[in-house]
Design a protein around this ligand. Structure first.
Ligand SMILES: [Zn+2]
Length: 356
C-alpha cells in the first residue's frame, strides 16, 4: 500500500467514521502487538511505546465489538492442526512486560473477559532493570553534558543541541540493533555514566512507565488472564551478529526462568522482531527449546502457509482511526510476509514500525 493510497483511505475512513466499510478480505487471524498503557505521558520521546489509557480502551472496545479475541493457545492449536479459524479472530500480545501491564491492561481485559499474552525479558524482570533504549534516550535527552565519548562505538557523539541529541539517539539505536550484546551493555554503561545516581533516581521516578514488572507482578497477571511468553533473557536482539552460544543462552535461560516462576512457557516473541532482527540460528534455537510458536514483527496475518516460528504480527498504532484502518487492511501485508519467509537471509524485507 503506497503512502498516498493509505492517506486517502484513512481520510475517507475518518470522514465516514465507519471502519468496517474499509475492511479488506482477510485471509487469517491477526496477532496484534502493543507495549504499555499509561494514564499520562510526560515525554513522548522517552515514553513512545505507551498508549494513553483512553485510547487503548477505545481500541479494545472496537476489537470486542468487531472481532473475536481468542487465547494464544487457540490460535496455536488451529495452526498445529491446520484447522480453519475465522479471520475475525485476534490475539492480543504485549511486549517487554511493563509494570503498567498489571496496573492498567490486565484489569481492563479481565473485566471484559479478553485473554492476552505478555512477552517478558527475564533478566529485566529478575533485576528490575529497564531496557537499553530507555537508558540511552534518557541519558542523551536529559544529560547536561555536551558530548558522549563512546569507546564501545569508537566515536564521540555531540549532544550540545536537541537536534544533536536526537541524531545521536538514532545512530546509537541502529548500533543497538546490530551489535553483539556485550557492545550494547557497554553503550548502556557509557550512557548511564553521563548522569549522577541521584539524577537517575529522579528521572527513573518520573518515568515509572518504563519499569518492568517483578516476578510477583508477572504471576499476578496470570491470575487476570495473561499467558506469559519469552522475549529473550536480556531483550537481546537475535540478529546474525550475535554468537550462536549467546542466542541459545537467551532462548534457554528465558524459558527456564519463566517455567520456574510461572509454570509454563510455550511462546516466544523475538525482540525488535523485524526480518533483519531474526537470524536462522534464532529460529533453530526456539524450535530446539520446544516452544510452540514464535512471533516476529513482520507484518501479516496468520494464514495456513505462515511459519509457526516466524509468525507475523500487526503493530497497534495509537490513533484510533488509523488503528482500525490498518487492522482492517492487514491482508495487504501477506505478500510481503511470504517474500520475507522465502528470503534465505531474511534481510531487506518489509518490517514493522513501532517495534522495540
Ligand atoms: Zn521488546
Amino acid at each position: 500500500m503506497t503512502g498516498a493510497v493509505r492517506r486517502i483511505g484513512l481520510s475517507a475512513s475518518r470522514i465516514c467514521g465507519a471502519q468496517r466499510l474499509f475492511r479488506r478480505s482477510s485471509q487469517g487471524p491477526t496477532v496484534l502487538f502493543f507495549h504499555g498503557v499509561e494514564e499520562n505521558i510526560i515525554d513522548p520521546a522517552v515514553q513512545g511505546l505507551h498508549f494513553l489509557l483512553g485510547t487503548f480502551e477505545r481500541q479494545i472496545r472496537f476489537l470486542r465489538r468487531e472481532r473475536e479475541v481468542i487465547p494464544i493457545d487457540a490460535l496455536c492449536d488451529a495452526v498445529e492442526n491446520q484447522r480453519f479459524l475465522d479471520p475475525r479472530c485476534v490475539v492480543l500480545t504485549f511486549d517487554d512486560g511493563y509494570g503498567n501491564n498489571l496496573r492498567l491492561v490486565a484489569p481492563m481485559l479481565k473485566a471484559l473477559g479478553l485473554p492476552f499474552t505478555i512477552f517478558v525479558s527475564t533478566r529485566h524482570i529478575s533485576e528490575a532493570r529497564r531496557f537499553p533504549m530507555y537508558y540511552i534516550r534518557v541519558a542523551l535527552l536529559y544529560s547536561e553534558e555536551r558530548e558522549l565519548p563512546s569507546e564501545a562505538l569508537r566515536q564521540t557523539f555531540r549532544i550540545a543541541t536537541r537536534q544533536d541529541r536526537l541524531a545521536a539517539i538514532r545512530a546509537i539505536a541502529h548500533a543497538v540493533k546490530t551489535s553483539p550484546l556485550e557492545v550494547v551493555d557497554k553503550i548502556v554503561a557509557e550512557c548511564m555514566a553521563l548522569m549522577s545516581r541521584g539524577r537517575w533516581a529522579d528521572l527513573n521516578g518520573r518515568f515509572e512507565s518504563e519499569q518492568p514488572m517483578s516476578w510477583d507482578e508477572v504471576v499476578r497477571t496470570t491470575t487476570l488472564g495473561a499467558t506469559i511468553g519469552s522475549h529473550a533473557h536480556d531483550h537481546c536482539i537475535l540478529h546474525a551478529n550475535q554468537s550462536e552460544a549467546e542466542i541459545r543462552r537467551q532462548v534457554h535461560t528465558s524459558r527456564v526462568e519463566i517455567e520456574k516462576h510461572v509454570g509454563s512457557c510455550r511462546y516466544f516473541a523475538y525482540p525488535n522482531g523485524t526480518a533483519d532482527d531474526v537470524c536462522g540460528s534464532a529460529q533453530v534455537a526456539v524450535q530446539s527449546e520446544q516452544f510452540r510458536m514464535a512471533f516476529s514483527t513482520i507484518l501479516g496475518e496468520v494464514t495456513p502457509e505462515c511459519d509457526s516460528f516466524l509468525a507475523p504480527r500487526i503493530f497497534a498504532v495509537p490513533d484510533y482511526e488509523e488503528f482500525c484502518y490498518l487492522l482492517n487492511r492487514s491482508a495487504e501485508h501477506n505478500a510481503d510476509y511470504r517474500a520475507a519467509r522465502q528470503s534465505s537471509s531474511l534481510t531487506g524485507t518489509a518490517a514493522a514500525a513501532g517495534s522495540d
